[in-house]
Design a protein around this ligand. Structure first.
Ligand code: NAP
Ligand code: GLV
Length: 312
């Protein structure tokens, strides 16, 4: 049984150690050293080169190294009959909640503006809303969005979330739920701080655009922890430059690493990080990879299976 590991950002040696500890007999190949492509049963991947997966004729399952799977579905040659599983992991969720809270609280307490005033040697007390007066809107109320929403509710913010479908399961007390197009309008109009935790699909690409920024209250903040292609970059720059938006925290970009000549690097209202909101940790995630291999070998359905028609 052979597994191909492929990632330009995850630590291959660390993954090999964690997988070998759990499955000593696994034949582990680290891309680009694939050997005979016909040997490969499983592919554990992050942003695989286009066509790579189609070239593995006996592939039984594709395992995403992240929570998102857009990096797999972008491949026009993706084999349609091979199941795809993604990561759902408490450590990864904790990373998103930490990043979300850190940026929401910094925006709420106006730290970026105080940092700018400090650089100017300016001692100035800015007006301050309470958490109860501050409305946090979260686009995407799945595994990650729901956990962040819960943490925000715990801090006393007014919190609303938006998803594709209506939900029947109980939501954290106080969390307002919207869905569909009307739901988006309602949420945007009431979000002083807007956080994006949507999966990237055809429906959600470019969703953070001029029209939707215009629906946010003046002075709102935008925090994008999902994927860069949710944002129309020029529309964000225009909304910041006009003063309609106060600022943006960005962890993800359409092209990563963000090209040096991109205006985001130098914009005074943008604070950016290099896609580190939540990093997959092989010490916790290797267990679900091994369990999914076991399940496929036994003819069972994998955990965290992705719906190929929805694309997330
Ligand atoms: P998830 O559990 O699949 O949740 C996705 C949520 O988005 C669901 O609530 C879903 O609605 C909603 N959604 C999907 N399409 C929609 C649409 N067209 N309109 C409205 N809502 C829509 O995903 P997750 O585990 O929370 O992860 C979300 C994303 O976070 C990942 O796909 C990935 O891109 C990103 N991420 C980023 C980092 C980082 O380090 N920056 C780390 C991990 C993940 P339904 O509930 O109705 O299905
Ligand atoms: C990271 O971006 C992930 O999808 O896990």
């Amino acid at each position: 049984m052979a597994l191909l590991f492929q990632s330009a950002v995850d630590n291959a040696n660390w993954w090999v150690t964690e997988l070998k500890r759990r499955l000593p007999n696994l034949d582990l190949r680290v891309w680009p050293e694939c050997g005979d492509p016909a040997d490969i049963d499983y592919a554990l991947v992050w942003k695989p080169p286009l066509g790579l997966l189609a070239d593995l004729p006996n592939l039984k399952a594709i395992l995403s190294l992240g929570a998102g799977v857009d990096h797999i579905f972008v491949d026009p040659e993706l084999p349609v009959d091979v199941p795809v599983a993604r990561v759902i992991d408490d450590r990864l969720t904790a990373g998103i909640v930490e990043y979300g809270l850190a940026t929401i609280l910094a925006a709420h307490r106006r730290f970026p503006e105080y940092a700018q005033n400090r650089n100017k040697g300016e001692w100035r007390i800015l007006s301050q809303r309470t958490a109860e007066e501050t409305r946090v809107g979260i686009l995407g109320l799945g595994v990650l969005g729901t956990s962040l929403a819960q943490a925000c509710v715990g801090l006393g913010f007014q919190v609303a979330g938006w998803s594709r479908t209506s939900r029947r399961d109980p939501l954290p007390g106080g969390l307002v739920h919207h869905h569909g197009n009307d739901g988006l309008e309602n949420l945007l109009a009431k979000s002083n701080i807007l956080v994006c935790l949507l999966p990237l699909t055809q429906e959600t690409e470019d969703i953070l655009n001029r029209d939707n920024f215009a629906q946010l209250p003046k002075g709102a903040w935008v925090i994008n922890i999902a994927r860069g292609a949710h944002i129309v970059d020029d529309d964000l720059l225009a909304a910041l430059d006009s003063g309609h938006l106060s600022g943006a925290y960005l962890d993800v970009f359409t092209v990563e690493p963000l090209p040096q000549n991109h205006p985001f690097w130098r914009h005074e209202k943008i604070i950016l990080t290099p896609h580190i909101a939540a990093v997959t940790d092989p010490r916790s995630v290797a267990d679900q990879v091994v369990e999914n291999i076991r399940r496929v070998e036994n003819g069972e359905v994998m955990h965290n299976l992705v719906d190929l028609t929805r694309g997330y």
